[in-house]
Write a protein that binds this ligand. Structure first.
Ligand code: OAD
Length: 242
């Protein structure tokens, strides 16, 4: 039976959230450790917050960027990187995460994974608030020189009220997918939380892999609850027939 299901799956969309990076040591947003120096994420992740207190917001993201050197991809990131290498059908990994763990899980020397999009931006990128140019960024943005156009550099992060990246590509991939898998996300933030609905309308099978039932767990055909570091490699192994 499992073989029959696998045989009809060609096109896959995978949505990942903070839960896939939790076992690497990156704090989730809404867990008990999801506060930063007493601030709720919503209080630092808005354009209004940046206008009100740019130093606080830059420091918040500087701290998260600096923390990336202490974390490594875990077995869930590595399993999805393997799926990207070996899956011959269409695949799009859509991450809400701004860390670089999916990118680093790809084999060294292979460059950025082509089938991965960061819909909420990336810590290791800086965005000019005036001209919209982006550039790779490793250190702190606090005190950084302005962009060549004179604009202030800000984290290349999609804040609340801003438009997520790559939506055309994501919508097209979901419309054509046979299987939609949501991994490590609470289902609290739209539009990502609505992808499962769009996938169902497209006729796709839907699978949730999360530590606990998400807000939209009842929308999934199947839900597997437990740590992504164990469940994702198991799922990928089964899918690839290994
Ligand atoms: P959340 O912190 O809201 O949810 C993380 C989910 O991961 C929860 O449902 C946890 O139960 C689950 N989880 C925790 N540890 C896990 C593990 N080891 N294995 C599997 N699941 C685990 O994070 P997101 O849903 O990603 O937006 O949050 C969505 C967006 O809200 C973020 O991208 C961010 C935030 O505001 C922006 O920065 C724009």
């Amino acid at each position: 039976m499992a073989g029959m299901v696998a045989a009809v799956i060609r096109n896959i969309v995978i949505l990942t959230g903070a839960g896939i990076s939790a076992e690497s040591g990156v704090p989730t947003f809404r867990g008990p450790d999801g506060l930063w120096e007493g601030h709720r994420v919503e209080d630092v992740a808005t354009p209004q917050a940046f206008r009100r207190d740019p130093v606080l917001v830059q420091r918040f993201y500087d701290a998260r960027r600096a923390a990336l050197v202490h974390v490594e991809p875990n077995p869930a990131h590595l399993a999805l990187a393997r799926l990207d290498r070996e899956w011959t059908g269409d695949l799009l990994i859509v991450t809400q995460n701004v860390d670089d763990l999916h990118d680093r899980a790809a084999e060294p020397g292979h460059g950025r994974p082509a089938r991965l999009v960061h819909m909420h931006g990336e810590l290791k990128s800086a965005l000019c608030g005036r001209c919209g140019a982006t550039q790779p960024w490793d250190g702190d943005l606090t005190g950084a020189d302005p962009c060549g156009c004179g604009g202030t550099l800000r984290p290349d992060i999609v804040w609340f009220g801003e438009m997520p990246y790559h939506m055309d590509r994501i919508d097209a991939a979901i419309a054509g997918c046979d299987l939609f898998v949501s991994i490590g996300t609470s289902g609290a933030v739209y539009p990502a939380a609505g992808f499962v609905d769009a996938a169902r309308h497209a006729g796709a099978r839907t699978l949730e892999i999360n530590l606990e039932p998400s807000a939209g767990t009842q929308l999934f055909d199947e839900a597997r609850h437990g740590p992504a570091g164990r469940l994702v490699p198991e799922w990928v192994d089964a899918l690839l027939g290994g």
